[in-house]
Design a protein around this ligand. Structure first.
Ligand code: BGC
Length: 234
């Protein structure tokens, strides 16, 4: 293919890529955003000389969005494909600075610290939502995402809290490199149970809810020029 993309995977032709990265987009019913995100992110990433593959992990049912389950299924798929680094990416965020390298560091990295919607300021220090990069081995060590959060909010805060027991910190690039624009969309329905689930998980232990306890879901993988589609039915 002339643009070098096969099933959403790109390998630079003129050099040996230093980084091999799986980009996971948890997705449901946001076609107009996906249509903007896909060409934008490929044009952005191809300049970075990394080897990457874009996985769109789509919830294909009528149940409430469960981002955690989608990320866990996506992470499993990417690890089966031997990716050592995972980037968890909201579909509504577009990176604005080419220096924001899509790669993993030694510690998990919050990549979207500066978003126009928040007037380019970090809303709170422990935020890890939006776009985050971590090694696959770290994702396994923290037991991935919770499977319990439905709808909007809290699942990324729960994810961030999983780092501490594993002695992992969140790092960030300088704020001017971490700029993103957010595509407009109506506010999703907030999950009123989110604080309760966070408290319960902290108390019960993260080994009880996560990648290792992923419930049975039906998974269908199909290939498209701009992405590998991981279709999930809860
Ligand atoms: C929510 C997070 C969200 C953050 C930024 C928090 O209140 O719990 O899920 O990422 O706000 O919007």
């Amino acid at each position: 293919m002339s643009n070098g993309l096969v099933n959403g995977s790109y390998t630079p032709e003129h050099c040996n890529a230093l980084f091999s990265v799986a980009i996971l987009v948890a997705y449901k019913n946001r076609q107009s955003q996906l249509d903007i995100f896909l060409p934008y992110i490929h044009n952005f990433l191809r300049k970075q000389n990394i080897h990457y593959r874009l996985y769109v992990v789509e919830q294909q049912d009528n149940k409430t969005f469960n981002k955690g389950i989608l990320y866990n299924v996506g992470a499993k798929t990417a690890m089966e494909d031997h990716f050592p680094c995972l980037i968890l990416h909201d579909v509504d965020l577009l990176p604005l600075d080419d220096r924001n390298l899509y790669a993993c560091a030694n510690e998990p990295r919050h990549m979207s610290a500066s978003i126009d919607k928040f007037r380019f300021m970090l809303p709170y220090d422990s935020l890890l939502g939006g776009v985050a990069a971590l090694k696959s081995e770290q994702y396994v060590a923290i037991n991935g995402y919770s499977n319990r959060f439905l709808g909007w909010g809290g699942e990324d805060d729960d994810f961030q809290r999983r780092l501490l027991p594993q002695k992992l910190n969140t790092i960030r690039f300088p704020i001017e490199m971490s700029r993103y624009t957010m595509l407009a969309h109506p506010q999703e329905h907030r999950n009123v149970d989110r604080f309760m689930i966070m408290r319960e998980n902290l108390k019960e232990g993260y080994e009880k809810d996560g990648l290792s306890t992923l419930p049975f879901v039906s998974v269908r993988i199909s290939h498209h020029p701009l992405f590998t589609l991981v279709g999930v039915q809860l």
